[in-house]
Design a protein around this ligand. Structure first.
Ligand code: ATP
Length: 488
């Protein structure tokens, strides 16, 4: 492998060094499977979430939003099937007691050994998984070649707790393992309060919690994560075209924000949940291989029917455009992981680019992030601290702050400062030099409409001189016209 390629270790190191992501509780030795998003990470994550929200709601007249509670009545999860069936297959090594997720153990082994199993892992029975593991896989924790494992059994992924002072069945609470159930619980409220007509969708993002057995690959799989989900309610019989429509839309979202088509792949679910009509994942080519970032599911009328059965409340929709016919709408779900999107956009943007001249190598680390996603949009850099340059630069930064997330940096050479900004994906740098402050108004004031600055572009490293009065508008124009960077 070319040692300038993107690896997960390089991403983890950049994230820590530059304040994107830290190990949670690091001073106590770390909390497994938990990560803290630092000053740049929180901006970046929010930008991805906002991009998704805008794409799903603002750009789709028939999709509205919801911010449901994390805590819901515990019957929600009995009705949804999570109490009975939301589990992963696990297997223990009887020599070191390490617990593994059986399906992932097989998938990882097949990938590293370039091995094609006879049938897809998600269609294997417990017995078939155990047989495969015993035949092929040494315990990855203790390395024992004896391959002594327990039977494969199911492990429920929901975190349980109790609300209030008394722990009993009625105070039982589950931390939600997916965000979408409140959309079903509030289906009737939304139809009535906002006069929604089927077909329509409800989008929601927020934290979800799963007691995952395996956390590895950084923020890819964690116990606490964020989902961005949308449930689209449609008339029975129209679910196939609705499903195709949302598959295309979700694919287009990733292209819009700079993921090249060759880096994405559909994965069709061979084994469907009993209620599901169809399901696909969008997978991205991470440095660890193609892995899921989003699931798109055709879920029939299962969720609403289940809540109708358990709550004994009528969840039917009365279709005024079809002679007041009553039915339970069918549902197409799009369910994306925000943290996996975060990791994907970082991996895709990362480049160690040789910008050396005269045959000499000179590598810069750069994140070619879409400016709408980049944590900092504009960095303001006075050439010198002295001679009023820093003061002028502060004035300019204050002007830009209204429109953009900005950074201010005076330390080190301008070249080094550009490199620091490249490494965190800042698309624009504004440099204030002596020319900027040369022209003063007759009354001696340093009006912001006077002078010019250097605007430097991250991807091309090109620099242009821009009059101050036009700076904000010019940056807006550049953002609107941005074309995803194509790596060599
Ligand atoms: P996987 O097969 O990777 O466990 P899943 O099929 O269980 O994922 P869904 O239930 O379809 O995932 O959840 C939708 C999205 O939520 C996933 O595509 C993923 O992006 C995200 N997601 C699910 N589980 C986790 C997790 N433990 N950590 C981070 N993101 C997750």
């Amino acid at each position: 492998m070319d040692n300038h390629e993107c690896t997960l270790d390089k991403i983890i190191s950049l994230c820590k060094r530059r304040g994107f992501v830290y190990q949670s509780s690091e001073i106590y030795g770390g909390q497994a499977g938990a990560w803290d998003y630092g000053p740049l990470g929180v901006e970046f994550k929010r930008n991805i979430q906002n991009a998704w929200w805008k794409y799903m709601t603002q750009m789709h007249d028939d999709v509205v939003g919801l911010d449901g509670a994390i805590f819901t009545h515990h019957t929600t999860w009995e009705a949804s099937g999570h109490v009975g069936h939301f589990s992963d297959p696990m297997v223990d090594c009887t020599e070191c007691n390490a617990r593994h997720r059986a399906d992932k153990l097989i998938e990882d082994w097949c990938r590293s050994n370039d091995f094609n199993p006879e049938k897809p892992v998600d269609t294997m029975s417990h017995e078939e998984m155990k047989a495969f593991i015993v035949d092929h896989i040494n315990c990855p924790v203790c390395g024992s070649k004896n391959r002594k494992y327990t039977d494969v059994r199911e492990f429920n992924l929901m975190f349980k707790t109790y609300q209030g002072a008394v722990a009993n069945d009625s105070s039982l609470i589950y931390l939600r393992p997916e965000t979408c159930q409140t959309i079903f619980l509030d289906f009737k409220n939304i139809v009535q309060s906002n006069r929604m007509k089927v077909p329509f969708g409800v989008a929601q993002y927020g934290k979800a919690f799963r007691n995952e057995l395996v956390f590895k690959n950084f923020i890819f799989r964690t116990c606490e994560f964020e989902q961005m989900e949308m449930e689209y309610f449609c008339k029975p019989g129209t679910e196939d075209e609705t499903f195709d429509y949302w598959r295309k839309e979700r694919w287009a979202f990733y292209l819009k924000y700079g993921i090249p088509e060759k880096q994405l792949k559909w994965h069709h679910h061979d084994k469907l949940a009993h209620y599901a009509k169809d399901a696909y994942d969008i997978t991205y080519n991470f440095p660890i291989g193609f892995e899921e970032i989003e699931g798109i599911h055709s879920r029939t009328d299962w969720d609403l029917s289940q809540h109708m059965k358990f709550s004994k409340k009528d969840m039917q929709y009365m279709d005024q455009e079809d002679g007041n016919k009553k039915y339970i709408p069918y549902v197409v779900e799009t369910s994306a992981g925000l943290n996996r999107n975060f990791l994907m956009f970082l991996c895709e943007a990362y480049e160690e680019q040789n910008v050396g001249t005269d045959g000499k190598d000179d590598y810069r680390t750069v994140l070619h992030l879409d400016p709408r996603l980049a944590p900092i949009t504009v960095a303001v850099l006075p050439l010198m601290k002295k001679d009023g340059l820093a003061e002028k630069a502060k004035e300019i930064q204050n002007m830009l702050k209204e429109d953009f997330v900005t950074d201010f940096d005076v330390s080190g050479s301008v070249g080094k400062r550009y490199r620091r900004q490249d490494e965190v994906g800042t698309p624009f740098c504004v440099t204030i030099d002596y020319e900027t402050i040369q022209e003063k108004l007759e009354d001696g004031s340093n009006n912001l409409n006077y002078g010019t600055v250097t605007l430097r572009f991250r991807d091309s490293m090109e620099q242009v001189r821009v009059p101050l009065y036009d700076l904000c508008a010019r940056i807006h124009k550049e953002i609107a016209a941005y074309k995803p960077y194509v790596k060599n």
